[in-house]
Each structure stands twice: as structure tokens, then as C-alpha cells.
Design a protein around this ligand. Structure first.
Ligand code: ZN
Length: 246
């Protein structure tokens, strides 16, 4: 069944002139990053209200303590896995044209992917909430919390989307534009539960895009919009696709 579906997916990927990969937490699980939701998720251990935007502004030291622990002592140290590398390889060979990711871990870029849209932002940049200047993560010490802007001493905030914050307009528009122009969308490791990101594949489908889904089990997309379901770990399935497509 999987082999047959892999062959179908390969045919679609060969004829597609514009293929967009849409990834979620599932692709980074094999890099040792648990998903945020679910019984073993990070929010079972940490209080998610600590990255609620108003809580952050009112209690930056307390929020930053958890932010550092989760995102900089832990997630930032993770390495890409073979699924990230397979996607980067497919992009290099011309089978993938862009990647829209819900992840903020920067692992697609570390694996070598070039055209990456980070829908929820990234841990790799910090922005001053006062003067709005952006800094690379490496430019800022996290020895003392909360970190302050080197220019104006304003509070620095990681450039990922906190609870209660809207998706920045620019990345939102660009991501939906990518979805509309896609001929094939490869959904990888996402169950489609996080709004509004979850709408991206529906937009693609409405524009006539073929949906190929790679997940370990059925998602909210599978019975609604998925044309080809590739059941399995992202690393296994994507390595197979990458091996067949030269
Ligand atoms: Zn500043």
C-alpha cells in the first residue's frame, strides 16, 4: 500500500511545476523535540500562559526564564534529522520550490533548505519591543534575564508568535500566496489543529492543488483534502521519495 502510494506521489512530484512542503511539529520529533501539545508535549510540563503576550510584557523575567529553558537551552541545540535533509535535497534537485513551516526551530535552514517561510517566526532572531530593531540570537547574551536591547535597553522578545499575538501580515500573505500557486503540496508531520496555519493546505486544495500527506497516523486533513496518504515516519517516507527522485 505504502509502496504503491509512494509511486503515485513520485509521479505527481515529477510533473508538478511548483511544489510546496508544509511542515509541523511531527518532522522535528525525530530531532528530539517533543510536540507542544498532547500528553507528552511541552505544555504538559510548562505553563503555556508564560508565552502569552500580555503575561510576557507584564512579567518578562518570569517568562524569559521558561523561554530560555525550552527554546534556547533545549530546542536551539537540536539537530536536523533525515527528513529535514531529504526536503533540502529535493529542493536542491528542483522537486521542492518552497517550504512553509509552523516550526520555529530553524532546522530546515540548518539542513540546507533555502526558500523557507517561517509562519510562526523563529527562535533565531530577537526584536526590541521599544525601538523594533532586530538582532540575531548570537548577538545577544542570555546570561541575564530578561535580555535588553543593546541600543535602547528596551525589552527583547524572541521573534516567534506568542499566544495572543497575530501572525505578522507579511508572512501570512506570503504563505497563502505560496499555497495558491502550489500544484502539489506535501504535508509533513502536522495534524492541522493550529489555526490559522491549518488553513494553508485548504487554500492550496481550493486552488486545484494536489495534496500528498506524510504522517504517522491520519490527521484532520486526511479524509477531507488528502489525495495521497503516505503513512509512516517523516524520515522513512521522505528518504524513500528522495532516493527515487533524481
Ligand atoms: Zn531597542
Amino acid at each position: 500500500m505504502l509502496e504503491e502510494n509512494i509511486n503515485k506521489a513520485v509521479l505527481d512530484l515529477k510533473v508538478s511545476k511548483y511544489t510546496v512542503v508544509f511542515t509541523g511539529a511531527g518532522i522535528s520529533v525525530e530531532s528530539g523535540i517533543p510536540p507542544f501539545r498532547g500528553p507528552d508535549g511541552l505544555w504538559a510540563k510548562y505553563d503555556p500562559s508564560l508565552i502569552e503576550i500580555n503575561h510576557f510584557y507584564n512579567n518578562p523575567e518570569i517568562s524569559w526564564k521558561m523561554i530560555k529553558e525550552i527554546f534556547y537551552d533545549f530546542i536551539e541545540k537540536a539537530k536536523p534529522n533525515t527528513a529535514h535533509y531529504a526536503i533540502a535535497s529535493l529542493e536542491k534537485k528542483g522537486y521542492v520550490h518552497s517550504i512553509i513551516t509552523q516550526n520555529i526551530d530553524n532546522l530546515h535552514q540548518v539542513a540546507g533548505s533555502k526558500n523557507v517561510y517561517e509562519y510562526h517566526g523563529t527562535i533565531k532572531r530577537l526584536k526590541c519591543v521599544k525601538c523594533l530593531k532586530e538582532f540575531l540570537r548570537e548577538e545577544i547574551s542570555l546570561e541575564e534575564l530578561a535580555p535588553k536591547c543593546p541600543l535602547c535597553k528596551g525589552l527583547l522578545k524572541p521573534e516567534f508568535v506568542f499566544f495572543g499575538e497575530p501572525i505578522p501580515d507579511k508572512i501570512n500573505k506570503l504563505s497563502f500566496y505560496e499555497a495558491k500557486r502550489a500544484q502539489v503540496m506535501l504535508i509533513v508531520g502536522t495534524t492541522g489543529e493550529i489555526m490559522p496555519a491549518s488553513l494553508i493546505p485548504y487554500t492550496a486544495k481550493e486552488s486545484g492543488c494536489k495534496i500528498i500527506e506524510v504522517n504517522i497516523s491520519k490527521s484532520s486533513y486526511t479524509d477531507k483534502i488528502t489525495d495521497i496518504f503516505l503513512s509512516g515516519k517523516a524520515s522513512n517516507v521522505l528518504t524513500k521519495l528522495n532516493d527515487i527522485l533524481h
